[in-house]
Design a protein around this ligand. Structure first.
Ligand SMILES: [Zn+2]
Length: 426
């Protein structure tokens, strides 16, 4: 089995971080954490495990950040235990090619999407923790226990996973849609962390895959909300309009622009701080930088809600006074799990469980009804062999006008890839 992964050895990471300040080539060199190699044929490690042959995988913002070591070692997440090998690619569709004797939900030939890493179900823990009991596996209290037998990720030709890590893809979704179920589920979960009321003024900050899909998910789930999108590049602005935003806020518009759009009152001292009374009812921040978090909190009206879905891996220093002064609620959003959904407006979906529905099933239902169209975000496709070029295209959005970059995995066994090929690529 072939795999592109990160070797998390701290010496490798530290030296590459230093060399990376001089040249980006360091992230692909022989000392870099990024590796590509043959891992050999692996057996299924348990009776409920399956082997998946991958078809297509996406490059997510977190993949780009991990490869380029954009993770500040001071953040609390850095305290989590780490495997010596971190497999890359969590947006992936594949086909089941082998199943263990006790596998219940999958058969050889099924098309599947990667759904989650570890939780109570994948560790056969009974009874499950409080979060898994209601389907919220992203918050699983047993997620970070040591010892996982999973091998391979989306940027591998195969993955060996517990069957509960996978989602059975409905026949009427394309391979591209199946690959993009994961970011679509993130967007649906983000939109449902706080569902806007009819007539609410909503701002979605960020024009990447998650920002654009959140715009579309809010449009689908709260059709009578007024959605403003804030994006940086022209290709993102154009796509935000196609995904359902009716107004655009440009970065240079600033707080004065928000006051004009929402009828708020803008106070500003010369060369000093500014304050908005009024603003958006709901702000979704899909970036999570100091700047976007500061804006999200400042641009929300009194009593309004900020949904923080950005996954920037760096600490920030923020003026939080609007939170108490304007009684703003800040909600975090991470990954996906299960949603409370009243069930109106949808004819069919699988996985309904006591008034809660799996986020993946809800995202698949929205795709079937053409209300979520992540395939429109695909701007580039590369064979896995060209992963280095693909990563640079995904990273340099302005130069390449890129939104979603996909990797075609199927050719990899015919043309194996080695770490040395990454270093030699342009
Ligand atoms: Zn759990």
């Amino acid at each position: 089995m072939w795999s592109v992964y990160l070797d998390t050895n701290p010496i490798r990471t530290a030296s590459t971080r230093g060399l990376g300040l001089v040249s980006r080539r360091a992230y692909y060199g022989p000392l870099a954490p990024l590796r590509a190699r043959q891992l050999g044929k692996r057996k299924l490690p348990g009776r409920r495990w399956v082997r998946v042959r991958n078809i297509t995988a996406g490059i997510a913002g977190t993949d780009v950040a991990l490869v380029h070591l954009q993770l500040d070692p001071r953040i609390s997440l850095a305290a989590l235990p780490r495997n010596s090998r971190l497999y890359l690619g969590h947006e992936v569709a594949g086909e089941v090619v082998d199943v263990g004797p006790d596998v219940e939900f999958l058969r050889v030939g099924d098309r599947v999407a990667y759904q989650l890493d570890q939780c109570c179900a994948t560790r056969d823990i009974e009874p499950p923790c409080r979060h898994c009991a209601v389907g919220n596996y992203s918050l699983c209290e047993n997620r970070y226990l040591p010892g996982s037998s999973a091998i391979g990720g989306g940027w591998s030709d195969e993955m060996i996973l517990h069957e509960r890590q996978l989602f059975l893809v409905p026949d009427n979704l394309s391979d591209e849609q199946a690959t993009l179920l994961e970011p679509s589920a993130v967007a649906v979960h983000t939109a449902l962390r706080h569902q806007p009321q009819p007539g609410d003024n909503v701002l979605v900050i960020g024009g990447g895959t998650i920002g654009l899909l959140t715009t579309q998910a809010v449009r689908a789930l709260s059709p009578n909300a007024n959605i403003t999108a804030m994006a940086r590049y022209p290709v993102q602005v154009e796509m935000a309009t196609r995904m359902g935003a009716t107004r655009i806020l440009y970065p240079e518009d600033g707080t004065a622009g928000v006051a004009r759009l929402t009828g708020g009152r803008h106070f500003k001292r010369r060369f000093g701080p500014e304050l908005l009374i009024g603003g958006f009812d709901v702000v979704y921040d899909t970036i999570g930088s100091s700047e976007t978090m500061r804006n999200a909190i400042r641009w929300t009206r009194g009593g309004g809600v900020v949904v923080q879905a950005g996954t920037q891996m760096a600490p920030s220093s923020l003026d939080l006074t609007p939170i108490w002064h304007q009684e703003i609620t800040v909600l975090g959003a991470t990954g996906h799990g299960a949603e409370s959904w009243p069930g109106t407006g949808f004819s069919t979906w699988g996985g309904d469980n006591g008034g809660r529905v799996s986020t993946f099933a809800l995202a698949a239902a929205l795709m079937r009804e053409q209300r979520l169209t992540p395939q429109r975000l695909i701007t580039h496709r590369f064979p896995l062999r060209e992963v280095r070029h693909a990563l640079e295209v995904a990273r340099d959005k302005a130069t390449h006008r890129s939104i979603k970059v996909l990797l075609d995995i199927r050719e990899v066994s015919a043309a194996p890839l080695q770490t040395a090929d990454l270093a030699a690529a342009r």
